[in-house]
Design a protein around this ligand. Structure first.
Ligand code: SF4
Ligand code: SF4
Length: 357
């Protein structure tokens, strides 16, 4: 494949990062197969092959300088290059076949096991949450770690009906992508932001800007003796935290929080095309360190799908075939309002699906 010269600009040219032996075959790939969990072999049109090894990274792909040096050392010794995957894992690309077993052994001993390919639990993706985000309602990285540790066998082997992608966002903004995953964990504040009228007035906040930032028109203005204040319409507010970013002097969040668990999100075109996940468990306590209430429900979902899913059937397709009512009943999530009715993403407002833990 002839690739045109890329124009000069601010973004580095990705081809600078690719060794010549790999660049020469760009665009010539015709097939790939999974040799064993975490090991993929790609075939090029000229008959040459390329080995890729996928490993588990810490949650959110957080990497210290020391870990980056270790990854670089393994690349130098065993592979052509490396890349962080879209799910925050890592792949060694162009692994030397004669050194594959040694690399796998070293990775396992160092706590970076290979896996997450094919019909396995793929790297659990999550947002940064409290690491450096002011919006977080729950700690997505620690939830990701607990889920991965609990289901680690499913990362290391490929015995699920189909690939399983779990994603976690620490607040409704969902930078972690929970709304489009097979299983999504969605962090929520328990109540809408609170307005401290005295502090709000003292801070001389730009009310026009504040109102324009609210995506749902939930901020209502009111004239009082000393100026203009706002209140928040709880029925309209989706707890996105935008108003707190604009007016932190006068609007704040109560720290109580919970998660919703959604299923059947799907980003690709297979089955009936891209789908938003639907909430099946709402107001689930997110209690570190075990996060037992979350684990119990994810286990119910995975076990039912593991038992009854057909080979190659992603969670969305499985639910489509078996029906929402029987799925919800089997996982202990209660019923839906009408048979066959798919729950909505905003089920946090649907008390009928409230599951008491
Ligand atoms: S989802 Fe929320 S908590 Fe997570 S990084 Fe985005 S804004 Fe922050
Ligand atoms: S949290 Fe979001 S939706 Fe709610 S009032 Fe603030 S800006 Fe509007």
């Amino acid at each position: 494949m002839n690739t045109p010269d890329l124009p000069a600009g601010i973004m580095p040219d990705y081809r600078r990062e690719i060794p010549a032996g790999l660049l020469a075959r760009q665009g010539s790939w015709i097939w790939h197969e999974i040799l064993q969990p975490g090991v993929i072999r790609h075939l090029a049109a000229d008959g040459s092959t390329l080995l890729t090894v996928r490993i588990l990274l810490p949650p959110n792909g957080l990497l210290s300088a020391a870990t980056l040096r270790r990854l670089a050392g393994w690349i130098r010794e065993y592979a052509l290059t490396g890349r962080r995957t879209s799910r925050q894992g890592f792949e060694f690309v162009g692994v030397k076949p004669e050194k594959l077993e040694k690399l796998l052994a070293e990775l396992e001993a160092a706590g970076f096991p290979a896996g997450g390919t094919g019909k396995s639990l793929h790297q659990v993706k999550c947002c940064t949450s409290f690491v450096h985000c002011q919006n977080a309602a729950v700690d997505a990285p620690s939830i990701a770690k607990v889920i991965t540790d609990f289901f680690y066998r499913d990362f290391l082997q490929q015995e699920l009906p189909a690939p399983l992608k779990i994603s976690i966002g620490g607040c409704p903004n969902q930078c972690g992508g929970g709304v489009e995953a097979d299983i999504g964990i969605l962090g929520w504040y328990e109540s809408v932001p609170e307005v401290d009228e005295e502090r709000f007035l003292a801070a001389n906040i730009d009310i026009g800007l504040l109102v324009s930032w609210c995506p749902t028109g939930a901020i209502l203005t009111r004239q009082v003796k000393d100026g203009m204040v706002v209140s928040i319409d709880a029925d309209r507010c989706v707890r996105c935290t935008s108003c707190v970013q604009v007016a932190p002097e006068g609007i704040s969040l109560k720290k109580r929080s919970y998660v919703d668990i959604a299923v059947g999100g799907h980003g690709g075109n297979s089955y009936s095309g891209p789908e938003m996940a639907a909430v099946v468990f709402t107001r689930i306590p997110a209690r570190p360190l075990e996060y037992k209430a979350i684990i119990d429900r994810i286990e119910a979902i995975i076990n039912y799908w593991r038992r009854s899913g057909k080979p190659g059937e992603r969670l969305a397709g499985f639910i489509e075939r078996t029906g929402w009512s029987s799925f919800l009943e089997a996982i202990g999530a209660g019923g839906v309002e009408e048979p066959g009715d798919k729950p909505s993403l905003q089920t946090n407002f649907r008390r009928d699906l409230h599951f008491r833990y």
